[in-house]
Write a protein that binds this ligand. Structure first.
Ligand SMILES: [Zn+2]
Ligand SMILES: [Zn+2]
Length: 176
């Protein structure tokens, strides 16, 4: 094994970080029946330390590159699917091109997506939830997923596009 380019201090720090990951996330993974491998620990850590709550596989892969050089995009995809299957992550398909994953808080919430800066905001609304339930009931649907995603421009982007940030504008859905 060639370790001559790695300083002992760096190696110790890496080992300490791996121990921290194992202590922090290992029990949770084991409880869900998943072996706490390094890629799994790093992926879970990426979600916990990210300032953004909704991450694509590419986002996760980028944040892993600095710490876990043995990870590949394929490993990240596989890990995300495994986490989704055990209910650790939720997958959101806001658009057909890519999926956004988030830690599963087991709460129903909806999303506002900004077409300008890509920001994703969450909101909860009991009235919307009850309307969705009633609609499904009327149509004889058994609800599996009750989530809505609203596309538009956030206050900052709306302002920079020349609109008033809090002006009410007619909703036009060009993405249907
Ligand atoms: Zn925006
Ligand atoms: Zn969300």
């Amino acid at each position: 094994m060639r370790l001559k380019h790695v300083s002992p201090g760096k190696e110790t720090a890496r080992f300490r970080h791996q121990e921290y990951l194992l202590d922090t996330y290992g029990p949770c993974l084991k409880q869900l029946g998943l072996r706490p491998t390094m890629p799994r620990l790093h992926v879970l850590d990426a979600f916990h330390k990210s300032v953004k709550r909704h991450l694509t596989a590419e986002d996760v892969f980028r944040s892993l590159l600095a710490q876990c050089s043995e990870s590949s995009l394929a490993t990240v995809y596989r890990t995300l699917s495994q986490f989704e299957n055990v209910g650790l992550l939720k997958r959101n398909s806001f658009d057909s091109s890519r999926a956004y994953f988030e830690l599963n808080d087991h709460e129903v919430h909806h999303h506002l997506l900004c077409l300008g800066c890509g920001a994703i905001q969450e909101f909860s609304n009991a009235f919307i939830d009850s309307v969705l339930h009633e609609l499904a009931h009327l149509k004889g649907y058994q609800l599996l997923l009750r989530q809505i995603a609203i596309r538009g421009y956030c206050a900052t982007c709306a302002y920079s596009r020349g609109g008033h940030p809090i002006a009410r504008t007619a909703v036009s859905d060009s993405a249907s």
